[in-house]
Design a protein around this ligand. Structure first.
Ligand code: ACO
Length: 380
């Protein structure tokens, strides 16, 4: 029986589904994918293995993983019509808009409404995981006036993306660290973009529309776009000495400090802890980034002022520093987030289909009733 429920802005604390994909304990800083701690996966797994785990619910055997990797590898190339479509995009446009358009355009090429067929599900998973990184890298090269380069079969998922993006084979440590970044960003319960994916999935539309709607949602500065904003903030702060005055100004203006705070975590996000460690490994090998000192000072200052409210660094605070060191341009940070989160969106798409009911929440109406229609000449 339905019970009356109160309105909670942002659906704060309102369960929107039952799910066995991931779990977050925000008080104790715990994140698990299919019951496995994120720290374990970051240490021992790879992004593609983790994607398999998220989507099919179990770790693959050696053979299953090899088959899955091979399938993804063979679908990495872009359709030439998508590449031609991308040529018409303005170079000054945001890469998230380009990615959203390209993800949706994939739906033009593949048949729809075979959602009950496991082979269709698998093909869509493979295509999206394979092609999204190629699209991001292609947009980057094309907006610089270059032709996109073909994926290289001898490089694994993360290394191949960095290669297609920078046109140089990456250092093995850089590629390995990037792969861990993808694993860390692959899934995070019912966040805004995943919810968006689930709502779209619940209409039984095609998976390319599901991913396109999630990409659009991830793009906003309160969600995936925050990693980009963090770097812009660190650039604006400019020096460790300016951290305190910058923070005071933010607090006076009641503006949000990017990369801090989370709806669920009330302690430091476990992914931020791992990312900070990865940043340090990169700095050790390739030289320290001046912005890292500003970031550390910022974390300390924010903790002193806002720690009592449970405001600590979230996943976006240190990811930008890692991406900068890997040579990824700032406005590609959110598309890189999308490359990883496709795994989580697809896991929720599949789970949604397994027990689907179209989303149709209610509202509390606050408008008027029975108002007269005033003819246009009588309005003032
Ligand atoms: N800086 C300063 N104060 C903050 C911050 C912040 N980054 N985040 C929350 N607060 C304060 C709010 O002002 C509010 O204080 P009050 O109770 O005195 O009014 C309190 O903490 C609760 O904040 P809400 O905005 O209600 O928290 P909500 O759960 O709605 O928002 C969000 C979470 C959007 C992540 C928020 O913390 C934020 O805007 N952070 C900055 C943007 C960011 O880093 N986003 C990335 C999130 S992670 C991700 O999406 C991948």
């Amino acid at each position: 029986m339905m019970t009356a429920c109160e309105y909670r802005p942002g659906l704060d604390g309102v369960p929107a589904t039952q799910s066995s994909i991931s779990f977050v304990d925000g008080q104790n800083g715990i994140l698990e994918y299919r019951g496995i701690h994120i720290e374990e996966l970051a240490k021992h797994s790879t992004f593609l293995e983790t994607s398999y785990l998220l989507i099919w619910g179990v770790l693959p055997t050696r053979e299953e993983l090899a088959d899955f990797k091979h399938e993804v590898q063979t679908h990495r190339r872009l359709k030439y019509r998508i590449r031609d479509m991308m040529k018409c995009f303005p170079e000054s446009g945001h890469p998230m808009d380009a990615l959203q358009a390209c993800a949706a355009a994939l739906g033009l090429f593949y048949s729809r409404r075979a959602l009950e067929d496991p082979a269709y599900i698998r093909a869509a998973v493979v295509r999206l995981l394979a092609k999204i990184p190629t699209m991001v890298a292609a947009f980057q090269l094309m907006r610089k006036g270059n032709d996109p380069i073909q994926p290289r079969d001898d490089l694994d998922y993360a290394a191949n993306f960095l290669y297609m993006l920078t046109e140089q084979e990456p250092d093995p440590l850089a590629a390995q660290i990037f792969d861990v970044c993808l694993t860390l960003h692959a899934e995070h319960t019912i966040n805004a973009s995943t919810f968006s994916a689930m709502v779209t999935a619940s209409t039984l539309t095609d998976p390319y529309a599901v991913v396109a709607s999630a990409v659009g949602t991830l793009a906003g500065p309160l969600h995936g776009g925050a990693n980009e904003e963090v770097i812009l903030m660190l650039e604006e702060i400019g020096s460790v000495e300016n951290v305190q005055p910058y923070l005071e100004t933010c607090l006076e203006r009641k503006s949000k400090i990017m990369g801090f705070g989370h709806r669920v975590y009330k302690v430091k996000d476990p992914r931020a802890i791992i990312l900070q460690n990865l940043a340090e490994q990169l700095f050790e090998k390739f030289g320290r980034d001046h912005y890292y000192d500003i970031a550390i000072a910022m974390e300390k200052a924010v903790e002193e002022k806002l720690g009592h409210k449970g405001i600590y660094p979230n996943v976006d605070f240190y990811s930008g520093l890692v991406y900068r060191k890997l040579g990824i341009p700032t406005d590609l940070f959110t598309p890189v987030f999308a490359i990883a989160r496709v795994a989580g969106w697809l896991a929720h798409w599949k789970e949604q289909l397994e027990a689907n009911r179209i989303f149709r929440p209610t509202q509390i109406y606050t408008g008027d009733h029975n108002k007269p229609y005033i003819p246009i000449d009588e309005r003032n």
